[in-house]
Every structure is written in structure tokens, then in C-alpha cells.
Design a protein. Structure first.
Length: 223
């Protein structure tokens, strides 16, 4: 598979990460944090919602421990992504460590929606992950630099990440032969919105969905 073919797979992420990264950079500049923090945070943290949360905690003068715990809980959902890819990633060389680090919501969706030959997976997965992170880095740096130069109203731009993930989820649904897990997850998500506290809804819903899908895995596959 050529580099250009792999790049075309990542265009939806490019269209989402650049504006959302810019929103992060603009918020960072609004807090009077030097622009190069946007680069290093996007390079070493690379967690969209997590980076926004870090800025909010910085602004509230939270401790390093509080920031660490909050980021851990926010990104705990990525554990489920990793578990679903264990059988594939364990065959890879040292590159799997970077792929695991860069396994964002959108990267996970791309890896699951594109059919890649087994012998090409390690290379393709690595390039997809690296490209997606580069989009986020470029967007965040542009936003941080522009925020110090021109006034900009970025209200609502953070919704681009939600819209991007919805599009990728629909694509994954259309390409999957098993639709029941999606439907079960949607039902659990709605129940979670109604029954769980808003600040714990995501992790509780994910945990419940994981338990249900694990317990009824055989029944779902047979059905």
C-alpha cells in the first residue's frame, strides 16, 4: 500500500484535527502560555480532550497529582481500544509501543474500518498513527501562534471532534458484519445519560458495555 493511499485514509482525521488543534492552541494562548507548550504537549501527551482538560486544570491551579488522576480517568476508555487490538499488536516489533501511545479515538476507528493485508499492517498502522499525530501538532501550533497575533472567536469549534468521531463510527458500522454490538452500545449510552451522574457517565457506560459484550460475546457471534 502506497503512502498516498494511506494518507487518503487519514483525510477525515486531518479535517477534524487541524481545526480542533487550533482551538486548543488558541485556548493555550488565551491563558498566556508560550506557544511552544502546544508543540510539546501535543508531542508527548497527544490526547485531545485530555489536553483541553490540562489547560482548565492549569487555569484553576490544580496540583500535578490532581492533573494526573483526572487525565487517567478521562483516558481510561483507551484501555478498551488496546484490549480489542491485542491479538494484532502483539505480532508487531518495537513500533507497537508508539502505535499504542497514539491510539486515539479517531486512529482506533481508522485502524478498524480499513482492511489492510496482514503483512502490511505494522507499517500502515505506524504511518496512520504518525500522520494523525502530526495533524494535531500542526493544528495546535498554528492556533497557539495565531492566538498571539490576531483576535479569533473559536466558539463551537470543539464540536468538530465529536462530529468526526460520529462519521468514523458510522463508517465502521457500515463495514462491520456484526451490528448488534453497536446497537447494544447505543442503548447503554442512552441509559447511561439518564441514569449515571454526568461526570461519571462515560466511564460507567463504557464499563457496562464492556461487561455486557464480554459476557454475551458468544451469543452475539452466533446470532
Amino acid at each position: 500500500m502506497s503512502f498516498f493511499s494511506i494518507f487518503k485514509m487519514t483525510i477525515p482525521v486531518l479535517m477534524g484535527y487541524i481545526p480542533l488543534g487550533m482551538a486548543f492552541g488558541l485556548l493555550l494562548s488565551k491563558l498566556l502560555i508560550p506557544w511552544y507548550y502546544a508543540f510539546f504537549m501535543s508531542l508527548f501527551i497527544f490526547a485531545g480532550a485530555g489536553q483541553f482538560l490540562v489547560l482548565a486544570l492549569f487555569a484553576s491551579q490544580a496540583t500535578i497529582l490532581e492533573i494526573g488522576v483526572a487525565i487517567f480517568l478521562l483516558n481510561l476508555r483507551h484501555t478498551f481500544y488496546g484490549l480489542s487490538m491485542l491479538s494484532t499488536l502483539k505480532k508487531f516489533s518495537w513500533k507497537k509501543h508508539y502505535i499504542i501511545f497514539g491510539l486515539t479515538d479517531e486512529t482506533f476507528a481508522l485502524l478498524k474500518t480499513n482492511d489492510v493485508k496482514e503483512e502490511e499492517r505494522e507499517r500502515v498502522y505506524l504511518i496512520i498513527t504518525a500522520l494523525n499525530q502530526s495533524y494535531w501538532i500542526v493544528g495546535s501550533v498554528i492556533g497557539a501562534v495565531l492566538g498571539n497575533i490576531v483576535p479569533f472567536d473559536y466558539r463551537g469549534i470543539e464540536f468538530s471532534l465529536t462530529a468526526l468521531f460520529v462519521v468514523l463510527s458510522i463508517d465502521l458500522y457500515n463495514k462491520s458484519r456484526q451490528h448488534k454490538p453497536f446497537l447494544i452500545s447505543i442503548v447503554i449510552g442512552f441509559v447511561g445519560m439518564l441514569a449515571f451522574p454526568s461526570d461519571k457517565m462515560l466511564i460507567l457506560s463504557l464499563s457496562l458495555a464492556a461487561v455486557v459484550l464480554i459476557l454475551f460475546k458468544k451469543a452475539l457471534e452466533d446470532g
